[in-house]
Write a protein that binds this ligand. Structure first.
Ligand code: TYC
Length: 128
């Protein structure tokens, strides 16, 4: 069974650094009872980020793209319009940058909405 205090376990990710405290008077009440929690053994990593992009096509209505950008990517009407026009004119544009699972969910939401409305709109993600 696992103890309630994982810090005290030998396999803990945290080391306990016992102080080499003296027991000069032999009472056993020296500093050796204290412990210091030092840094974790494993280095914490920042999550990698992914750019979510939408692609231009000839058929998806501009208004649909604007609504998707507002709804899925929380863009203002003005930003959504700007991004949509950029994609319309340049072929591809960035909707946002997110950790993997957030990016994946947004791509799925866009693709599901496009399919449901029978538009060929494409949305992809790429590692930044
Ligand atoms: N090119 C489309 C049209 O003229 C509009 C459009 C913009 C479609 C952006 C997709 O990602 C897109 N109706």
């Amino acid at each position: 069974m696992r103890a309630a205090f994982p810090f005290a376990q030998p396999d803990s990710r945290l080391r306990l650094a016992k102080e080499d405290g003296g027991d000069k008077d032999g009472s056993g009440a020296g500093r050796s009872d204290t412990a210091t929690i030092t840094k974790p053994k494993t280095k914490s990593k920042r999550p990698s980020l992914y750019r979510v992009l939408i692609l231009n096509d000839d058929y998806t209505p501009m208004e649909f793209v604007v609504l998707v950008l507002q709804d899925v990517f929380n863009k203002s009407r003005e930003d959504a319009m700007r991004i949509m026009l950029h994609v319309h004119n340049h072929g591809v544009g960035e909707c946002g940058v997110y950790p993997f699972e957030v990016a994946e969910t947004k791509v799925t939401r866009v693709m599901d909405a496009a399919r449901k409305n029978q538009h060929p709109l494409q949305c992809v993600m790429e590692k930044q």
